[in-house]
Ligand binder design. Structure first.
Ligand code: HEC
Length: 160
């Protein structure tokens, strides 16, 4: 029967997708799958599992600032004033706070001359390249992905 043929076809596609995951093969598999879906009505039933097989990563979700902060900043920064400072100063209420003013934290020399308040734009530039904002800064972190920076900054703002 027609349906069974299509099912068998998909079965083969599945095996191909799982065994050969090179980008080209994935691409070709997708093209063939699309054609097959157009062939018969019972093809529609098989679209869902196919989608699962071809896209091992979930569709792009907006990045979660809290998770990103934990992963990328929290080893060096707390967000309160009660825990002992880590490698970097506490980021408690950082949005709107003057730069380099956590008492007892030994900033690198350039912070002595810093005369600005952290806002979204400064934080964004800082996370992209700290040394471009404060020369000689010892923060060894850079984030080139603007979306990731924006999510982290939004999270910091939420903490205020
Ligand atoms: C490897 C450790 C490390 C990581 C990871 C790190 N930082 Fe830092 N951060 C520092 C250090 C050290 C300083 C102080 C820099 C200096 O004195 O030059 C600093 C300073 C800062 C400052 C300035 C604070 C002030 O009081 O003016 C901000 C803002 C900041 N970091 C945000 C972040 C954010 C947000 C992340 C994560 C996306 C992050 N940092 C990741 C170590 C780190």
């Amino acid at each position: 029967m027609f349906c069974r043929e299509i099912a068998r076809y998909y079965h083969r596609l599945f095996s191909a997708t799982y065994s050969l995951r090179t980008p080209t093969v994935m691409h070709m598999t997708k093209l063939r799958a699309r054609k097959a879906i157009g062939l018969g009505s019972c093809g529609a039933l098989l679209v869902v599992p196919m989608a699962g097989a071809q896209m091992p990563l979930p569709a792009a979700k907006p990045p979660d600032g809290e998770i990103l902060f934990k992963q990328q900043c929290a080893t060096c920064h707390t967000t309160n004033l009660s825990d002992p400072a880590r490698q970097g100063p506490s980021l408690f209420r950082i949005v709107g706070r003057p730069a380099g003013k956590v008492e007892g934290f030994h900033y690198s020399a350039g912070f002595a001359k810093a005369d600005f308040v952290w806002d979204d734009a400064r934080l964004d530039a800082w996370l992209a390249n700290p040394q471009a904002i404060i020369r000689g800064s010892i923060m060894t972190y850079r984030q080139s992905n603007a979306e990731t920076r924006a999510a982290i900054i939004a999270y910091l703002r939420e903490l205020n």
